[in-house]
Design a protein around this ligand. Structure first.
Ligand SMILES: CC(C)(COP(=O)(O)OP(=O)(O)OC[C@H]1O[C@@H](n2cnc3c(N)ncnc32)[C@H](O)[C@@H]1OP(=O)(O)O)[C@@H](O)C(=O)NCCC(=O)NCCS
Length: 206
């Protein structure tokens, strides 16, 4: 049985240099600004554009959801918004979710923030929530993301050929997943304590 109450009452997660704060309307201006930066569009396969009203409604709809968990990544040093990280597409019967992350732009990529945030979210999902499996899709050209996910313990499961059509070219998407520690016979449990990285009472982010 998974513990969806931890999705509905999402804690703030702490990492060495960031706080992952439950996403909601207060982050509207930051999310809207990041959507105006198009240098990550191809990396995330974002063809469409969003209106401010769509973004506002999306954010209003997030708090209290027991089928997903979205966080804003906030840097401790200057309280700046670095991007968003998400567990979504809950399949409760099969104890699995999808993982998605996008930093606000390439100005903050390659500095370990995404990998750091990912570790806390994966520990939360496989630990506190009790998921058996977390999966993701990543385009084959996104070497930085593939490297980051591999460091987090995701393994390649397959390829969706020609899953992205961008500027007249076709690109493959790689499917990756990470299973809970001990899920396979040859995969001994680790001693990760998910509670060590959570702080439900953390506040003070602007
Ligand atoms: C993908 C993403 C989450 C990775 O987080 P990050 O904090 O930038 O990643 P890191 O800095 O930890 O880098 C991960 C690895 O990639 C390597 N790397 C960094 N820049 C790279 C580049 N341009 N090309 C290839 N590898 C690169 C790093 O050296 C590191 O490997 P190492 O630890 O062995 O040295 C983040 O870059 C991001 O959000 N990018 C924009 C949107 C995106 O691609 N989202 C994912 C869609 S699936």
């Amino acid at each position: 049985m998974i513990r969806t109450e931890f999705l509905a009452k999402q804690p703030t997660l702490k990492t060495a240099r960031t706080q992952l704060v439950p996403m909601g309307p207060r982050f509207g201006p930051q999310l809207w600004r990041s959507l105006q930066n198009h240098d990550t569009d191809k990396l995330t396969g974002t063809h469409g554009t969003f209106t401010e009203d769509q973004v506002r409604k999306h954010l209003e709809n997030l708090p209290g959801r027991s089928d997903r968990a979205d966080w804003a990544i906030i840097r401790n040093d200057d309280s700046s918004y670095l991007g968003e990280v998400v567990l979504n597409d809950l399949d409760a019967d099969n104890e699995s979710m999808n993982y998605r992350i996008s930093l606000r732009g390439l100005d903050v990529a390659g500095q370990g923030y995404g990998t750091e945030a990912g570790e806390a979210v994966i520990n939360f999902g496989l630990g506190l929530v009790g998921l058996h499996r977390i999966s993701l899709g990543v385009y084959a050209f996104n070497e930085r993301a593939i490297r980051s996910y591999t460091k987090l313990g995701f393994e390649t499961e397959g390829v969706l050929r020609h899953a992205l059509h961008w500027d007249g070219q076709w690109y493959d998407q790689i499917l990756m997943a990470k299973l809970a520690p001990g899920a396979l016979d040859d995969d001994p449990p680790t001693t990760t304590d998910p509670a060590a990285t959570t702080d439900p009472g953390a506040e003070g982010v602007h």
